[in-house]
Design a protein around this ligand. Structure first.
Ligand code: PBG
Length: 329
């Protein structure tokens, strides 16, 4: 047996300079995307109790946040519009109304930041439906896949019309990317990109988000989102189907607990790959840090770095602007 101390991996870790030189995962502001909530009809930003530090914006405070995010050098924003409760209906018509809150917010942000930030619109009527589900409900109470595709097509065109650079379908309907691509192209929006939530799990990590968007959902999304216990090849299939339909970027969601999925799909994804660090991931860290049980800045950095190391090019995170400021220099 060779001398076990012939090899000393610690030599490459000895000084900060050595560690910095050999590092292969780095945080860069441009790879971070900030999710933002904007609510119709409020006069002041409203805090989200289960997401300390996150608010539901007014149109005005969103504009300011977008300007600050551009200043911080992050890659983009993903916008979630929340219509007034009395405007919700069975189909979620505010999701494609020309003056719906999401369309207004997209136009506001584009006016504010132009092309300095990528403006992404979450494409899902669930914030605008009175049942809180992601599309048209069939007679059996489940989401009717094919009828819902028509809605998504309509929403995509409205969002592109408002100026969104990318639309992000999050409903996990079969065929959604193709339906949206066709509708965008027919409406002349050939340069609007589709960043699809390709593999999205029916996770318990979305509860704080549902508070943030005042979701009316009762029950769960198990009939269309993936089962956390499902086979990994199901995620590969979902991603492959979206790539076949011309998707421009792929999202895996959640990130934590699903970094194996990010790693597994990486070799077949030849477009940008994003992972969504969800509201539940944010809430867990903030809750522990508030009690002094975790070092907030260190754990946030490590969590985002871990997602990058798993293979994500982009991280969608509620800490995007803050992380960007930490790593700027
Ligand atoms: C759908 C959507 C959800 C999230 C992003 N887009 C909620 C859901 O699928 O129920 C969750 C994001 C998060 O938890 O941070 N509109």
């Amino acid at each position: 047996m060779t001398d076990p101390l012939l090899h000393r991996p610690r030599r490459s870790r000895r000084t900060p300079a050595l560690r910095r030189m050999v590092a292969s995962s780095r945080l860069h502001p441009a790879n971070l995307i900030l999710p933002v909530f904007v609510k119709e009809g409020i006069a002041e930003p409203q805090p989200v109790a289960s997401m300390p530090g996150v608010v539901r914006h007014t149109r005005d405070s969103l504009r300011k946040t977008a300007a600050a995010a551009a200043q911080a050098g992050i890659g983009g924003l993903i916008i979630f519009g929340v219509p007034r409760a009395d405007r919700k209906d069975a189909l979620g018509s505010q999701a494609w109304a020309v003056d719906g809150i999401t369309q207004q917010a997209i136009a506001d942000v584009v006016t504010e930041v132009g092309e300095d930030l990528v403006v992404i619109a979450d494409l899902n009527p669930d914030e605008a439906t009175d049942h809180g589900n992601v599309g048209v409900l069939g007679a059996d109470g489940d989401v009717d896949n094919d009828a819902t595709l028509t809605l998504y097509a309509q929403i995509a065109v409205a969002q592109a019309q408002a100026g969104a650079h990318m639309v992000a379908p999050s409903g996990m309907m079969d065929g959604q990317v193709a339906a949206i691509r066709r509708a965008l192209d027919e409406a002349g929006h050939t340069i609007t990109s589709i960043m699809a939530y390709s593999a999205k799990y029916a996770s318990a990590l979305y509860s704080p988000f549902r508070e943030a968007v005042s979701s009316s959902l009762v029950g769960n999304r198990g009939s269309h989102q993936q089962d956390p216990a499902g086979p990994i090849h199901e995620a590969l299939r979902e991603v492959r189907l979206d790539l076949d339909q011309g998707v421009d970027a792929v999202i895996i969601k959640p990130a934590m607990f699903y970094q194996d999925i990010v790693h597994a799909v990486r070799p077949i994804v030849d477009v940008p790959l994003a992972a969504y660090q969800t509201s539940g991931e944010y809430a867990m860290v903030e809750a522990a840090a508030a009690r002094g049980w975790l070092d907030r800045e260190k754990i946030v950095r490590e969590s985002v770095l871990g997602i990058r190391r798993a293979g994500a090019d982009l991280v969608i995170t509620y800490w995007a602007a803050e992380v960007a400021r930490w790593v700027e220099t």
